[in-house]
Write a protein that binds this ligand. Structure first.
Ligand code: URA
Length: 432
């Protein structure tokens, strides 16, 4: 089979066979298909799309491109939560300890930030000593001991996804429904969890900008998961504004700890409780309302916070930082970003807000870039808030004034201030 013919078939709107899809994924993973042909096929898929059958085949080929994790040594019902990516989304740091404190097993493989979106693994590494790089044996041992561990994706798990994601990131082919669905579900199916809750973001900070597109993506991924025998559901949630107030790794961990302590921003708390309740519900712990009440109690009793501390300790992190988050070292240069006009914040471009944190040093332009874990910003105003000219919109932290200058420019340009109070958007649009 010639790769040229596969690209041409998709370019002309044809449907690829299972054999053609497998040959592409296997050939690319082995290095036999060059980047330029893989990029051409991704672009053809971007424009022509894929049928559900093709997307399922692509997902299974990604799943089978490396090792399938065998977590059978880990006891209990294994649960996972995966977000399609957003700005300020630190819910995993709250949800994982809530559900683990209620007896579910969280053996979670998370990603690093890429592009304008953040990643749980980078955030956790802001806790001094925290190790996200455990072998499968160490991972199993830790989960069996504490009921929870969060690590980075093992190199051998779905390697086709790593290669394809890096390629898509630099060829403007990330925001394609079949490519996102196969990337996320390929990894999830390789990781051997029993219950999966997907947080499918929608809005300007999401890869899927409209609710219709996000719904279609959610349905597709849930269908693929069900066919593979998983208990799976998805919440479609707002990413037209950052979640919470903090954006940047150490700052987000601090905000997550505040939420585990019973405080924290209302949107972060609400979404964390809703996702936790969904996971507990899939795990058949009761009705949705009972599961929600259990999650609330896990927070108010301090059990979720204690479970987070246990996880930090088991993975080598310094628990003193959890007990006293003022210890986190933030980047030395500080800037108060001031509003350019008076009125209401009518809209923000959340993708640009993500870019602003990247410019501060909190994210990478390439996978190899070193990140500044103390960089980022805390918003003082969000969409719908009234603001006066000269009032502080955000407090930014970075290693240099130059970084602050460029991030400030981007944040201000991404913030619309007008006379009319905007119509509020729901935090959770629907469950699929
Ligand atoms: N997250 C992933 O893991 N893959 C994508 O393609 C998009 C978000």
């Amino acid at each position: 089979m010639r790769m040229y013919d596969v690209i041409k078939k998709k370019r002309d709107g044809g449907a690829l066979s299972a054999e053609e899809i497998r040959a592409f994924v296997e050939g690319y993973t082995k290095g036999e298909i060059p980047d330029y042909q893989a990029a051409a096929l991704c672009m053809a898929i971007y424009f022509r799309g894929m049928s559900d059958e093709e997307t399922t085949e692509l997902t299974l080929a990604v799943r089978d491109s490396g090792e399938r994790l065998d977590l059978s040594e880990i006891g209990g019902l294994r649960v996972d939560k995966h977000s399609t990516g957003g700005v300020g989304d630190k819910t995993s740091l709250v949800v994982a300890p809530i559900v683990a404190s209620l007896g579910l097993t969280v053996a979670k493989m998370s990603g690093r930030g890429l592009g304008h979106t953040g990643g749980t693994v980078d955030k956790l590494e802001a806790i001094p000593g925290f190790c996200t790089n455990l072998s499968v044996a160490e991972f199993s041992h830790t989960v069996n001991k504490t009921g929870i561990a969060i690590v980075g994706q093992s190199a051998s798990l779905a390697p086709a996804d790593k290669l394809l994601y890096a390629l898509r990131d630099v060829t403007a082919t990330v925001d394609s429904m079949p490519l996102i669905a196969s990337s996320i579900m390929g990894k999830k199916l390789a990781a051997d969890d029993d219950c999966i809750v997907l947080d499918v973001k929608t809005g300007s900070g999401s890869f899927m900008k409209s609710v219709e597109e996000s719904r279609a993506l959610a349905k597709l991924m849930v269908e693929i998961g069900k066919r593979a025998g998983k208990r799976i559901s998805a919440l479609i949630t707002d990413m037209d504004r950052p979640l919470g107030y903090a954006v940047g790794n150490a700052l987000e961990v601090m905000e997550a700890i505040e939420t585990l302590r019973g405080g924290g921003p209302a949107d972060l708390l609400e979404l964390s409780l809703a996702l936790s309740a969904q996971i507990l519900y899939l795990a058949e712990r009761g009705s949705l309302a009972e599961c929600r009440a259990m999650a609330e109690r896990a927070l108010s009793s301090g059990e979720a916070l204690r479970t987070f501390e246990k996880m930090v300790q088991a993975q080598g992190g310094d628990v003193a930082y959890v007990q006293d988050p003022t210890r986190f070292a933030l980047s030395p240069c500080l800037r108060e970003v001031k509003a350019a006009a008076s009125g209401y914040i009518t809209r923000v471009n959340t993708e640009q807000y993500g870019l602003a944190s990247l410019l501060l040093g909190a994210g990478r332009n390439t996978k190899e870039d070193e990140i500044d874990l103390g960089a980022g910003y805390v918003l003082c105003k969000k969409t719908g808030d009234a603001v006066k000219k000269g009032e502080t919109l955000a407090l930014m932290y970075a290693a240099s004034e130059e970084r602050l200058d460029s991030a400030e420019r981007v944040l201000l340009q991404a913030t619309e201030i007008g006379d009319e109070l905007p119509r509020p958007r729901p935090l959770i649009f629907e469950t699929v």
